[in-house]
Design a protein around this ligand. Sequence first.
Ligand SMILES: [Zn+2]
Length: 395
Amino acid sequence: MRYLTADCIFSLRGPAAVNSVVVAASDGRIEALLPEDEVDPLLVERHRGVLCPGFVNAHCHLELSHLHDQIPSGTGLPFFLNALARLRRAQGADAAWQEAAADAMKRADECMQREGIVAVADISNTDSSFGVKQTSSLTYYTFVECLGLAVGQIAERIQNAQSILLKARQQGLVASLTPHAPYTVSPLLLKSLFMEDGTGIYSVHYMESEAERQLLTSGSGALQDLLPLLAVERTYFSDQPVQWPEVMIDLLPSGSRVLLVHNTIAQFEDLSPWLQWQGSFWLCTCPDANQYIEGSLPDYALWRKVTNRICIGTDSLASNKHLSILEAMKSIQAHDPDVGLEDLLRWACSNGAACLGWDELGTLEPGKRPGINCIAPVDLAHGRLLPESRVSRLV
Ligand SMILES: [Zn+2]
């Protein structure tokens, strides 16, 4: 049994506690949270900074890890996606690249563990990451991504995604199908996808750049050139504005959960329709990737007016210097100082766990095995992380 304390403990279940001790069994299960004066002082491990649950990375693409530093930053989403599609095609089935990719995924997985991450919601377009996920000590949820706009493509696209999904499940991974983004999926594809996979959690890239809005509303703009590379037919956009998110909301199975990822340029009108919807939605931010690709960050004040279900992702190493939730938290606070430490920790831990249905993770509660992180140093008086704040995994 271990008895852990620090300057403050954020269980994220009740209020933050000082003079308190977390008791953890050798298998990481939380046994109790006790007032410090009830514990033999000789047993207590004392740390500086704060204790919190392990982090949940709510958006990653592990299979892109070998593309670290391959695409220049600050070029915007259309350029980024174009470069990404070209790189993936060029590398394709090349054996040397596949080996490099496998090594890079293994290192990225280990790096996330060192960064205090305990669970990852990961997007897969291929089965290349499944071996790493299978042997990892991290908990993974795999979203097998599907896209396609032309009527003639739908059956083939769904079938392809289904075969990747089957491989994931055969390898013991928890996985389901998900649509890519408003500009790459048609209502017909959504309908087929929701019919095929009724698991009810979907992760959608949403309102990531002005080019996306331009394509959806006027069928024009820089994203158009990307569509042939993604084998998506552009004729879909030529008629009238695409009514997102209403299209998706109409088709979603009742009671499902949706993780809207990025929302970098989202305005109230983009988010408010989700408030009327019967299911549950979460907003996921990947600030360091937004910074890398678009050079801008979301309007968190708007997000917080709309919902408190906000979580944090890293996106991939193709669009981020690091897979670090702590660094993402610092970026959020640097952009919006009104986001306090406790809120930020909820975004980093409990909200992602709730969205993905990871009941054992996200809060320091008896019976759970959430992992225990220590973050130090921290400016507790002002509820702020510091540039030099570091995370260490204690349990
Ligand atoms: Zn993504």
